[in-house]
Design a protein around this ligand. Sequence first.
Ligand SMILES: Cc1ncc(COP(=O)(O)O)c(C=O)c1O
Length: 440
Amino acid sequence: MTNVRTLGPEIVVAPPGPRSRELGDLVNELECPAFSTRRKSRTESSQLPFVIERGAGSFLFDVDGNRYVDLASGFGAASFGHGPSVVHQRAAEQALQLVQGLGDLLPTAVKVELMRRLTALHPDPHAKVLLGQSGADAVTAAIKTACLASGKSGLVAFEGSYHGLSYAPLAACGFQPSFRAPFHEQLNPNVSFAPFPTSEADLEETLSVVERALELGNVGALLVEPVLGRGGVLVPPRAFLPRLAELTTRSGALLIVDEIWTGMGRSGALSLSLEQGVSPDLLCFGKALGASFPISACIGSERAMAAWARSGQVVHTSTHAGAPLGCAAALAVLDQLADGEVVRAVKTHSDAFRRDAAATLAPFGVEVRGVGWMVGLALPDAVSGRTVFSQLLARGYVTTLGGANGQVIVLTPQLLIEPELTAGFLEAFTSVLAEGGAQA
Ligand SMILES: Cc1ncc(COP(=O)(O)O)c(C=O)c1O
């Protein structure tokens, strides 16, 4: 009998099919160009590639009946697939009990339990947590906390880094300076950028740039991704985070580690910084924390978080912060990750995939990089990222594009993606390259 879970894609009508075109035209008519401009820069026509109707496990289905293998999984958020999963089950049970608490005034039991579990991850036994809905929320909470705790507004961030687009993280967006430029006058002017290191030689240069910035005296925090995600899946030398931690400890600045992409199993660890023995003053999780349900967390040391108590009437809250569905989903995620089996499976399968991919793709000049199920396939300049992305979609594989020039095909599949599906992807990717239609 055929195994439905490993069938692979099925394209019954070339995307975009008629219904996708119809809905896509409506999207272009109705949606603010803040969204559509980016889409157009990623695909080759102004037409949407397809419109999603539903998902199941590792698959997405479009409104025209095509089945795709989803190697993007909601930018890494759908870490246990599109359901039904234990996470969906837990959220569904919660939905029958209570969906809305009363923010900072009347907490819910499910939020208390989640806070207990999240703070227990941090090495400080008296750690505290601020919950939010998005990654940008968590980073904003961290930046505000660092400002209060240090009394300094300055921030050191990294070239190529991405922390979300609300104003506090936007000021620290090293990914595309053009994202910041029009808002320049409304953003924190005290942010400087250091190069993100990808080799031992780069590391020393980076550390000296950071050290010089810290010496200026107005820097309250250093904000860093353990692996550059959207910036093109760039993995720094192993000593990077520990050396940054030494510098911040010495200078008194706070270390904010943004594990919104790397965290909760995606990188093959619950948290890369904690696994490396680093104790961030502020540690941010999002995306996979809720496995599709919107929830994020900024976990901080007692020392850092105590600054809020000293600051009199200043508060940080929002209507849906710590909302019950997200909390229930996050608890299910933490349960799933608790015994380490999922994380071990992520490591084993993704390492094997990277080995196969490196061997298969070397003749095409593709560099394979990443950790866990954050995979970057960096294309040579002569091959167009947009074209490869579109041709993969036409074959039924959903990926995303990373790196400043969109030259990196990024894979962030669900954590337990079936090996047959990633093997099928590699074949499809190889045939796209071999057919040569993607030359820039
Ligand atoms: C490392 C990192 N931080 C923060 C964010 C922002 O998260 P969100 O889009 O949920 O605001 C992202 C999103 O891609 C991210 O990759």
